[in-house]
Write a protein that binds this ligand. Structure first.
Ligand SMILES: *Cc1c(COP(=O)(O)O)cnc(C)c1O
Length: 519
């Protein structure tokens, strides 16, 4: 039987992976990404039963559709969810606020987790899942055979601190985060290096972010090193991260409904996009049956996705092809060349349009995976590919796209600050989304409820916010600075310098620090 609680790879058509497999492996061994064999449908009474529930209860309902209770018993799942969101500062976890009432312009604040970034919503849960699965495996093993996991990642800012806060203090897990020394924002650096838990290690590598990422890739490809330390990844392709992000689409839908009684709410969600994880979660919500008018992919000047929606061609252009072709923008968490999670959408587009329902399901899945494989090979060897007109048309029924430049990003931060009743300060990523929403209001009017996902707290990106607001009447950066950030500069720090961007040197440092952890 096909089940949403069993997973297949986008490249292999092989199936039958458990949820635990998808979480601990991250990436399938054929290089593909895990997706559920079927997209579950909602229970008949979801609109009434879920409408008054908390974020955590909605999370439980949704996760139960994708995780078999034989894998995680319901009580354990409830406990994992409670624990994961107990670290959030807002009681609603992801509160929604209205920027302009007359224009139905809303902001879904996703940054109330421990590192003030939306990645906390997923990584708090993923960290607890890692710990849960490992300790369950270890309960059946002798003292000498205990499994442990060494999580290694590279960061230019947000992902690293969210991963560290998701994994700090977790049993049997060590975490190593590489960052380019002196090249990340002081707040982000202080956030990471002030975490003093024994299992957390920050490596400041003399080099660039690309150097760090290359080293991490080399370590994963180093079979002996990987086998010795059992490497784990927390990058944005982990299925559990997508799953966790589905929750706030539902939660915000109910919040809007409550605020507008009697209205038939069918919101548009506008999502500042990098690796396509956040907006993909919205796609799952829509496919499950949540009323969503459409999902808008909002990119910065790194606009490969916007170009795809306009042309049907996904390609790295000549400008991007050169070494370091990604543009540095004011919204750095979205500075990507290609979006890894986009592969998951391509699979569904191929499944729906390159096969027909009269074919055997397993044949359809195999065909979709073959299509995806072809496209991914073309991306590697020819720097791009085009989808069929039918696939593009389908992509356009669920999604729209907008590209937002740096000057527009700044302009919108200023405009929202001066025009919202609350003098709201947007961070530059959220501003990319709001700019896209304002464009739609300008061309189509304000009849639609638009929910812009707000992915970071403005204090984390003070440079862009200052560019936009310095000199504006009444603006003072200290007013937006959360208490939690004020002591960071003087807090005790622990960080290991790595003097060359060299894999062997990083291996030495990792092994030395792992030894030290045991001592
Ligand atoms: C990661 C991130 C994004 C992009 O999210 P994706 O899921 O990769 O599309 C946007 N804004 C901020 C602040 C982020 O940290």
């Amino acid at each position: 039987m096909v089940s949403a609680q069993s997973y297949l790879s986008t490249r292999g058509g092989s199936s039958g992976f458990s949820f635990e497999d998808t979480v601990l492996k991250g990436l399938a061994s054929d290089g593909g990404l895990f997706i559920p064999e079927a997209i579950p449908s909602l229970p008949a009474d979801w609109q009434t039963t879920w409408s008054s529930q908390s974020f955590q209860e909605i999370a439980f309902n949704l996760f139960s559709l994708y995780i078999s209770p034989s894998e995680i018993p319901s009580d354990d799942l409830r406990h994992l969810i409670e624990k994961s969101y107990s670290t959030f500062r807002a009681p609603e976890i992801t509160p929604i606020t209205t920027l302009r009432k007359a224009e139905n312009l809303h902001l879904l604040e996703l940054f109330h987790g421990p590192t003030f970034a939306f990645k906390d919503v997923a990584l708090q849960f993923v960290g607890n899942l890692f710990e849960y699965f490992l300790s369950r495996r270890n309960a059946q093993k002798d003292a000498g055979e205990q499994e442990s996991l060494t999580v290694i990642g590279a960061t230019s800012g947000d992902t690293g601190s969210a991963a560290i806060y998701g994994l700090r203090g977790k049993e049997n897990i060590s975490v190593f985060i590489l960052h380019p020394k002196g090249k990340i924002s002081p707040i982000q650096e202080a956030q990471m290096t002030s975490v003093l838990d024994k299992n957390v290690h920050n490596l400041a590598v003399v080099g660039t972010f690309d150097n760090c990422q290359d080293i991490v890739k080399e370590l994963f490809a180093d079979a002996a090193f990987n086998a010795r330390h059992k490497l784990g990844a927390v990058n944005s392709i982990n299925w559990a991260r997508i799953l966790a992000q589905i929750v706030y689409y539902f939660h915000s839908y109910f919040a809007l409904q409550k605020a507008h009684p009697g209205e038939n709410i069918v919101p548009r969600f506008v999502v500042p996009t990098g690796n396509f994880g956040d907006v993909l979660a919205g796609y799952f919500a829509k496919r499950m049956g949540l009323p969503i008018e459409r999902l808008v992919v909002a990119t910065n000047e790194n606009d490969i996705l916007d170009r795809f929606w306009k042309s049907g061609t996904y390609e790295i252009n000549a400008e991007e092809e050169v070494e370091g072709g990604v543009k540095e923008t004011l919204s750095p968490a979205m500075d990507i060349l290609v979006s890894s999670n986009f592969e998951r959408l391509l699979w569904y587009l191929a499944f729906e349009r390159e096969t027909t329902p009269d074919q055997e399901l397993s044949e359809r899945q195999k065909k979709a995976s073959e299509k995806v494989k072809e496209m991914m090979v073309a991306l590697k060897t020819q720097k791009g590919f085009s989808v069929t007109p039918a696939m593009l048309e389908l992509a356009k029924t669920d999604f729209g796209s907008e590209r937002v430049s740096d000057p527009q990003t700044i302009q919108t931060i200023r405009e929202i600050y001066t025009s919202s009743d609350t003098k709201y300060v947007l961070d530059p990523h959220s501003s990319v989304g709001v700019t896209a929403a304002l464009r739609q209001i300008a061309s189509n009017g304000p009849h639609l409820h638009q929910v812009c996902l707000s992915t970071a707290h403005p204090a984390k990106f003070s440079h862009a916010v200052d560019l936009a607001l310095n000199g504006t009447d009444g603006y003072n950066f200290d007013d937006v600075l959360p208490e939690e950030f004020k002591g960071l500069a003087v807090a005790e720090k622990r960080v290991e310098s790595v003097e060359r961007a060299d894999k062997e040197l990083v291996k030495e440092v990792v092994e030395r620090l792992l030894e030290g952890e045991k001592a």
